[in-house]
Design a protein around this ligand. Sequence first.
Ligand code: AMP
Ligand code: GLY
Length: 425
Amino acid sequence: MKVLVIGRGGREHSLVQKFAESPQVTKVYAAPGNAGMEEDAECVPVSETSHGELVAFAQESGVDVTFVGPENPLLDGVVDAFKEAGLLVFGPTQEAALIEGSKHYAKQVMKKYSIPTADYEAFKNAEEAKAYIQKKGAPIVVKADGLAAGKGVVVAETTDQAVEAVDEMLLDRRFGEASKEIVVEEFLQGEEFSLMAFVNGESVYPMVTARDHKRAYEGDEGPNTGGMGAFAPAHDLSEGDYEFAVENILNQTASALVKEGRSFTGILYAGLIQTSEGPKVIEFNARFGDPETQVVLPLLENDLLQVILDVLDDRDPRLAWKDQACAGVVVASAGYPGSYKKGVPLPEWSKQPGLFVVHAGTKKADQTYVSDGGRVLLFGKTADNLETALRDVNQALTVFDASEDFFYRKDIGQSAVVSSNKNIE
Ligand code: AMP
Ligand code: GLY
């Protein structure tokens, strides 16, 4: 079968690698893809958002199944376009993707169906939002309603900061249409983790948990980024809490969306926080997480294509997971998430058994890879335990230590290693 992956980042490279492993797959296309994918896929120069061209390409090339990676094309209705053309596609329709596209909508669904999440109010009027903030006090969280490339959330430590965020979002329209409405919500304390599932209507097939590291610098300092590294599973979650999250968050949300006439097919991602009252939802995404995908897919034993076909046909894919840990550390361009240089040649790294390399922002110039984005690569490894996986990844990453043009966090996953060692003692 021929598979088309839509997208160009690390998440999509990871999807390409997993599809390429499938004995049923004869060809993987990526649109537009990136330089690193060329080992496993043919990259097609069509942008994620050119729906008509994507559909035409799939038809002309005899693509059997299309998988959509990023949120923007989903919210623009790429899945609807493929379906209208009678093509097999895995991802939510535009209506169903609203669970990610509007934080206010997601909160309304959670409230109506008693899905655990932070208390909130939504506002279009700045004065009303500020009065609510003064009433509730800090810390408090202010969120743009729509997509803001991961930058639309302000965790305010003081009411002044929250008020400033209200002005920026509602009055200055910092995120354009995406911030014409905001959600102001209770600050939740606890460890964060991501729980994703393959979903078709009411059928939910959960994955192992993962934890990403959003801050740019070691010790969780610095600005928020798209993600500087991740590991799976996020093992300090008890079995009871995992079951609770699957039942009361994923299953409940999937069935709520069916009842609301926005039946969801695709990957449902719950960003959760482990509070003293149990797991609560921070956000929903309508797609695989990045970089969570890069550490979750390597733990999946199944043929990914078969999983997708089963889920679409309403058969249980019988997911099986390796009883191992996977860690991935991102190499970023110096300056990211602010401005950074592009076109810097990457140092050569040696292939090591079990080490995998996922490209996010690279291109080829004269047969060598050069940087082409903020997040450049991810080095990852699956091993019997997280400590070993991280040791080998960090060892391999030392090839970047001499360069001032790149940086990576050396502490990805370390807190989990320390706490699991304590448990063993
Ligand atoms: P999001 O873009 O919704 O994932 O939010 C970005 C980050 O803001 C999350 O990863 C959390 O660290 C933080 N955050 C969002 N909502 C809350 C909340 N209600 N309480 C505490 N932290 C939050
Ligand atoms: N890693 C968070 C996200 O993909 O939204």
